[in-house]
Write a protein that binds this ligand. Structure first.
Ligand code: TRP
Ligand code: ZN
Length: 871
């Protein structure tokens, strides 16, 4: 196998040919599927026709009906190249593929008993030879034939044109998708499912048939997803004025899937994890995620499908924007603050880490070896933060003006991030020249704010500084446009407006807005009667690390009085972080002051949303703390700090938690937002109570963990039992496994709970679980549940003797050939090897070197390892 070469964004060239129509005829067979593809091609530029194709058996090629002699084309392991072609012609290709040996889950494969496809980013080339790039848009007609008994449903994109019987117990269906689309949006499914049907009438008067296909016996678990789909369709009409454009919208849930879900035109394919949900088997968080992924894939119909990407370097064009849209959807329907906090936590604990790693890249990368490696938190989540900053700067109306112009200009096209920014700019007459740096510059900017108050002059001066540390391949960094939302408070906790200046504007969110553009800048306010307390970066208005002059006393005030819920949560986090950092620096147990305990108690009893309180009582993780230590990371001190902080909060507030716990009903049958919020807070209370008094709460936790009916309660108790190693833990694990052995998504929770345990037997436990009959390397959900969770459990993964490293290395070695995409996702914790002490560095580096020596090293791993080891 030839080594895969890097591609550069700057090398983009339009293709030599366009494909206007595709007729596929796919004859499904487990081991030998025949694919006949008839293409109409038109020359657009000079050069040969270079079709992509991998792992295909080529049976025949015809041009305009005539067999092409072998001397007229070349076949390599990645391409089919044809020279000397007319300017307009028909091409017919017949290839054969083997779906049942496809364990990479890319292209056409079997998931359980069903055939399905995954074509993004470059999977279509594993189905047939094609111009497999997003700027080639064609109209697809797809005929599928298969055994009628085994595969009663034959599905593809668009509308069903015809169907019927064939000889030998087979049948066929022909689908036509009128919307030109790139090959990555192609999909095919064949299987035996239960089907849930519903309808939606669009604002344009179109009656859309909605269908969800799930494994037999799971119909009732699809109802929530169907309701979420209808909410998504309505929300996109109301907030973005975007309506659906086909008569059918289908969703198929499969158990074997590398990612969350895929937005194929008219035929989404979902990881069953984001479709199947009922109270018995899904937690409240699962429901929230189902709704947001259903929304995400639906919203792609406009941001991704109707307007798609010119090339894969532009991935954030569709992903950053669509994540922003799904976040707004969830926020409009649920608690805006809770969803915002959730997004902030993703950025802080994963995206900042990626930005500081050897794989750091801008949201629009410049260099890619394996595209699958760039479906990252940077492209998706930082990409969404960049869109959110545009929204902050332009306001909702300005943003929607930009969206309308973007759609008017580019509907039906494959475009770039630049086209999106240009539309926002033109629609608002707002100069975004400097803002564009967010697309090209990698790394997390650091912002420092110093405050000086002159009581005599009644003058307040603020000095700002921004700096982005160098990232691999980008030594020099430039100042960015950083919108800072803020609110000032007086000593009693009342919000005050700092006298307006040109640079400071009142923002529609209720905060004030000051936008940094220079490396250093300053602001002076006069007639300020007393020194204010200023909450900066409210609502996390930019994806930056911030150092403010706030004291712990200021933070207590904000925790108790800030008008914005996110600001209160942020104040609590800063209180905890200061205590943790001090503990780490002195290698001692963490402590809080009397007034801090008092402030926390007040917060617990305050008339705030229970879900917000639950988040306020979620302490920063070891991983979040690790972010602050870029060399010689003091793992032992961090462990001491996080465990002692949890313990002291548990002990000091134990009466308060008990009081709160007693008042909160678990309401196992109620799925309202209010009931979910109450369960979330109840869980935090029980967590602390069982930490303070393990003996006393063991029975109660065991009962809750074994009582079937509400998975939030069951899983919550299971996690507490495992985390605190309560006396009941082994019995609880056994009962739970017994109850749920035949429900894969729930067994994933069982594996995950054990992988997440901070307890020092975790490595041993995970090693044993790999041998468990229910564990399988072929199921990505199971691999992520056990091993992605374990590898993110830093304190245990980095265990002294290197056992965690060896364990992960052996799994990655096996997945290298089985499923490279999954293997590559698991390597993340090794990327940061330079952050640790010399002993650990050596062990991790050794693992990377051994992996690098693997015969047939997958390009996915090759790219990451090469980056990790680069000097
Ligand atoms: N476009 C999908 C989404 O964000 C992502 C996706 C699904 C994907 N499956 C994939 C990306 C496989 C790469 C490979 O909704
Ligand atoms: Zn997406």
């Amino acid at each position: 196998m030839s080594k895969k070469l890097a591609k550069f964004r700057s090398d983009y060239r339009a293709p030599a040919f366009s494909i206007t129509t595709v007729h596929l005829d796919i004859d499904l067979d487990e081991r030998a599927t025949q694919v006949r593809s008839q293409l109409h091609l038109e020359r657009k530029n000079s050069g040969p026709l270079e079709l992509d194709g991998e792992q295909l058996k080529l049976t025949s090629i015809k041009i305009d009906g005539k067999v092409l002699p072998p001397q007229n084309y070349e076949v390599t392991d990645k391409q089919l190249i044809v020279h000397e072609l007319p300017d307009s012609f028909e091409m017919e290709l017949v290839t054969e593929i083997d779906p049942s040996s496809n364990s990479a889950l890319e292209g056409l494969y079997k998931s359980g008993g069903a055939f399905c496809t995954q074509c993004e980013a470059e999977g279509f080339r594993r189905i047939t030879y094609y111009l497999d790039r997003p700027d080639v848009l064609a109209v697809f007609t797809t005929k599928i034939s298969a055994d009628r008994e085994l595969y009663p449903y034959l599905l593809s994109n668009g509308n069903l044109e015809s169907s019927g019987e064939l000889d030998g117990g087979r049948h066929y269906a022909t689908w036509h998708d009128p919307h030109p689309k790139p090959a990555y949006l192609f999909a095919l499914v064949a299987g035996n499912f239960d089907r849930l049907e519903d309808h939606y009438q669009t604002s344009e008067g179109r009656d859309v048939r909605l269908e969800i296909f799930v494994d037999k016996g799971n119909l009732s678990r699809a109802e929530y997803a169907m309701a979420a789909l209808k909410r998504s369709m309505q929300w996109d009409e109301e907030r973005f004025d975007l309506a659906y454009d086909l008569d059918r919208y289908m969703i198929v849930a499969v158990d074997f899937f590398n990612m969350g879900a895929m937005e194929n035109k008219g035929l989404n394919i979902f990881n069953s994890k984001y479709v199947l949900a009922d109270q018995m088997t899904a937690t409240d968080w699962d429901f929230v995620h189902v709704e947001s992924v259903i929304g995400h894939e639906y919203f792609h119909n406009w941001t991704g499908n109707r307007i798609t990407c010119r090339d894969w370097f532009q991935l954030s064009l569709k992903e950053g924007l669509t994540v922003f849209r799904d976040q707004e959807f969830s926020s409009d329907l649920g608690s805006r603050a809770v969803h915002r906090i959730d997004a902030v936590r993703v950025i802080r604990s994963f995206q900042f880490n990626e930005d500081a790693s050897p794989m750091a890249h801008p949201i629009r990368p410049d260099k890619v070896v394996e595209m699958n490696n760039f479906y990252t938190v940077t492209v998706y989540n930082k990409g969404a933060e960049v869109i959110r900053m545009l929204h902050t700067l332009l306001g909702e109306q300005g943003f929607q003006r930009g969206m309308r112009l973007y759609r008017e200009r580019h509907d039906g096209q494959a475009v770039t991030c630049e086209d999106f920014v240009a539309a926002m700019e033109a629609a608002n007459d707002f100069d975004l020249t400097q803002f564009r740096r967010w697309y090209s510059q990698a790394g997390t900017p650091e912002v420092r704010i110093a405050q000086h108050y002159d009581a005599q002059q009644q003058q307040l001066t603020l000095n700002f500084q921004q700096l982005t540390p160098a990232t691999p391949g980008q030594e020099e960094k430039f100042p960015l446009v950083i919108p800072l939302l803020f609110s000032a408070y007086d000593e009693k906790g009342s919000r005050i407006q700092l006298t307006a200046k040109d640079e400071v504007v009142k923002h529609e969110s209720g905060s004030q807005l000051y936008t940094l553009t220079e490396t250093t800048s300053s602001l002076t306010f006069s007639n300020v009667e007393q020194e204010p307390i200023i909450a900066w970066l409210e609502n996390f208005s930019a994806p930056v690390k911030l150092q403010t002059p706030l004291t712990t006393v200021d933070l207590e005030l904000l925790l108790g009085h800030a008008e914005q819920e996110v600001t209160r949560w942020e104040a609590a986090q800063q209180v905890y972080l200061k205590a943790l950092q001090e503990a780490v620096d002195t290698n001692q147990a963490a402590q809080l002051s009397e007034s801090q305990y008092t402030a926390l108690k007040k917060a617990l009893h305050a008339p705030l949303d229970d879900a917000l309180k639950a988040l306020i009582f979620t302490l920063p993780s070891a991983e979040e703390l690790l972010e602050y230590y870029t060399e010689d990371a003091p793992l032992d001190a961090i462990e001491l700090a996080v465990t002692s902080l949890a313990k002291t909060v548990a002990d000091e507030l134990s009466d308060d938690f008990a009081e709160c716990f007693a008042k909160l009903d678990s309401q196992p049958d109620d799925l309202s937002g209010k009931a979910m919020a109450a369960r979330a807070l109840r869980q935090r209370c029980l967590y602390f109570l069982a930490l303070a008094q393990p003996q006393q709460y063991s029975d109660e936790v065991a009962e809750q963990a074994c009582q079937q009916g509400n998975m939030t309660l069951q899983q919550g108790a299971l996690e507490i039992a495992v985390q605190h190693q309560l006396p009941c833990v082994e019995q609880v694990l056994a009962t739970f496994a017994e109850q749920w052995q035949d429900t894969p998504l729930v067994m994933d929770k069982w594996f995950a709970a054990q992988a997440n345990a901070l307890h020092d037997t975790t490595v041993e436990r995970v090693t044993q679980l790999i041998e468990h009959p229910k564990f399988s390397l072929r199921n990505p959900n199971r691999v992520y549940a056990l091993l992605a969770n374990f590898s993110r459990n830093s304190l245990r993964f980095h265990q002294q003797d290197g056992a965690g490293y060896k364990l992960l290395q052996s799994i990655i070695t096996q997945l290298n050939t089985l499923n490279p995409q999954v293997a590559s996702r698991l390597i993340t914790p090794f990327m940061q090897w330079r952050r640790f002490d010399t002993r650990r560095q050596q062990m991790m580096k050794e693992c990377l070197l051994q992996l690098q020596q693997l015969p047939d090293l997958a390009p996915d791993l090759d790219e990451k390892i090469a980056n990790a080891l680069q000097q």
